[in-house]
Ligand binder design. Structure first.
Ligand code: ATP
Ligand code: MG
Length: 565
């Protein structure tokens, strides 16, 4: 009995990721009064992408799992690149992913006074000084990990002089770049982050929240730890590139004499066939390579939402990839697999034809329309059924017909019989071509006894085709997407910039698609499976007059095939 328990404990421990292990250990030891408090701290200088989604799922997920709290905090310390448009989009995206920060929406800029006061304390303790060196001079004197920095000639300024100069920096007496406040940490630490880093710089710039109140702005390392400290964060989760900043994070908080959270680094998510740097994504938007931040080809959360990805699928993907300590690249097919898996349960099936070929059923009564019952979702009985109209003329997919069909072609061909899903068996009798020899119509007959697509006498047909009535339908535009880049690693090419590796065929627009009428009143973003074609959703620009569908993802799953069972 005892043994068995121990085993389960061991197994549990093994299935925890390294962050969960740290948290559970802290909880066991009563650290932070056994509180768990995380935060998601985006800088509002762009839209969120799938990498941020991973960080959101991790931070909010840890809080949820351990009965803790997670704050949404805007790390808005860099006025020139930030904007309220980004703030609004970030709020919308985190909410859409399904996370709730309660009343804990914070802005780093709300702490500017407190940060300033603590910087003054640092000066008083002799831990910070005002430096007049230019950025170029600082970098020229910086040394290397094995060669110490040359000391700034201003390093020995008196506390009084530093206090006076820092106050005057704040008062706006000095131009941009003419002075910085620097921490007096080290001249010879092998960790270059510790070589007297800048704490404040002068930036006479309008801030989207504080307006023109400030002309000095705190640097990331000084600001971020204080933000975490002020909010009582227990576990400050960040990506690996901050690993060598951790000693500075700790130093600042220890020297400032304030509460110190624990910084823990994890690997950032990289995805194949896309770029994830906000700078590059901004360039794609500004230079109009895409229609906007929410272009369905973008790796942004808003782009994925517009394309028809569900929040549940992004969360499932985030779980599936797990938390790693080493950077790696995840195959985008794995993301698509998560999307497909979720949509399979959720999406309503409808019939649509995106490359139409007209079929006339010559023995079907002229002018008659009947309603045939169709299943909404075979994966979910509660989704019920609907009626679809059928009459003498319908459309089928052009590729479902072949004039000189090989034996193994189980779709329509001259003289062959197929099933129209939910409708009837039809047989192709005649092929009509235009003067160029292009097939424009098929003349078929139907078996009235095969209603519902059921065989009347046990005879079998191999193929089942989707179709849409030629009179009673909705004409729609369909946008089909391919990878945004032609290569798996657009950042990794030594000769070509990522912009030269954009896929020229990443968007195809089909204006002549037909969809069954049941979609007429559906809301924007509704999820569908077009039978046999893939998953689609309604684009945000769609209207009753002109319906627009995005292809979310195809039905074929390359990832599952290679990786499961
Ligand atoms: P930058 O700082 O260059 O503007 P960023 O992508 O780091 O870009 P932030 O707004 O600072 O953007 O990110 C907010 C949070 O999301 C940070 O905690 C960051 O570590 C995390 N994050 C960003 N990119 C990824 C990624 N690809 N995978 C996982 N987490 C990420
Ligand atoms: Mg960042």
């Amino acid at each position: 009995m005892e043994n068995k328990n121990e085993n389960t404990l061991e197994e549990n421990k093994a299935s925890l990721n390294f962050i969960e292990q740290i948290i559970e250990n802290d909880l066991k030891n009563g650290k932070n009064n056994s509180r768990v408090h995380t935060r998601f701290p985006p800088e509002p200088n762009g839209y969120l992408h799938i990498g941020h989604a991973k960080s959101i799922c991790l931070n909010f997920g840890m809080a949820e799992k351990y009965n803790g709290l997670c704050n949404l905090r805007f790390d808005d310390t860099n006025p020139t690149k930030e904007d309220v448009e980004y703030v609004d989009s970030i709020i919308e995206d985190v909410k859409w992913l399904g996370f709730d920060w309660g009343d804990r929406l914070y802005y780093a800029s709300d702490y500017f006074d407190r940060m300033y006061d603590l910087a003054v304390e640092m000066i008083k303790k002799g831990k910070a000084f005002v430096c007049d060196l230019s950025a170029e001079e600082v970098s020229a004197m910086r040394g290397t990990p094995s060669i110490p920095s040359q000391a700034s000639p201003y390093r020995t300024r008196s506390v009084e002089e530093n206090l006076d100069l820092f106050a005057r920096m704040k008062a706006g007496e000095f131009p941009d770049g003419s002075k910085t406040l620097r921490a007096k940490v080290s001249l010879d630490s092998p960790n270059m982050q510790m070589r007297d880093p800048a704490m404040y710089r002068i930036r006479h710039a309008h801030h989207h929240r504080t307006g023109s109140k400030w002309c000095i702005y705190p640097m990331y390392d000084w600001a971020h730890g204080l933000e975490d400290s002020i909010e009582g964060i227990t576990h400050s989760l960040c990506t690996l590139e901050f690993e060598n900043h951790r000693p500075l994070y700790d130093w600042y908080l220890n020297e400032a004499g304030v509460y110190r959270p624990q910084q823990i680094e994890f690997a950032r998510l990289n995805l194949s066939y896309t770029v994830m740097s906000k700078r590059k994504l901004l360039e794609l938007v500004q230079e109009k390579f895409v229609s906007g931040w929410d272009d369905p080809r973008m790796p942004t959360i808003s782009g994925m939402r517009r394309r028809g990805y569900t929040p549940e699928s992004l969360r499932a993907f985030s779980d599936r990839i797990g938390i790693a300590k080493r950077n790696n690249v995840i195959d985008v097919a794995m993301l698509e697999h998560s999307v497909r898996e979720d949509l399979n349960k959720r999406a309503k099936r409808v019939m649509a034809v995106i490359d139409p070929l007209k079929v006339t059923i010559k023995n079907y009564p002229e002018g008659h329309v009947e309603e045939l019952e169709a299943v909404n979702n075979p994966e979910d009985e509660s989704a019920g059924t609907r009626m679809i109209p059928f009459s003498k003329q319908i459309y089928i997919e052009r590729e479902d017909f072949m004039e000189d069909a090989p034996k193994k072609f189980f779709r329509l061909a001259p003289g062959r019989e197929v099933r129209l899903r939910y409708a009837y068996f039809i047989t192709c009798e005649e092929v009509i071509k235009d003067e160029n020899g292009h097939i424009v119509e098929l003349i078929c007959t139907y078996d009235p006894l095969s209603k519902g697509g059921k065989s009347p006498d046990g005879r079998k047909v191999k193929g089942t085709l989707h179709w849409v009535d030629a009179t009673n339908n909705i004409k729609a535009q369909v946008r089909v997407y391919d990878r945004l880049f032609t290569v798996a690693d657009p950042d990794g090419d030594k000769e070509k910039s990522y912009k030269e590796l954009l896929n020229p065929d990443s968007l195809s627009i089909i204006d002549q698609a037909f969809v069954e009428p049941s979609v007429a009143n559906a809301e924007v973003l509704s999820y569908y499976q077009f039978e046999r074609l893939g998953y689609f959703n309604i684009d945000k620009d769609s209207s009753k007059e002109k319906m627009i569908f995005n292809k979310t993802v195809g039905l074929k799953d390359s990832w599952a095939k290679e990786n499961v069972g």
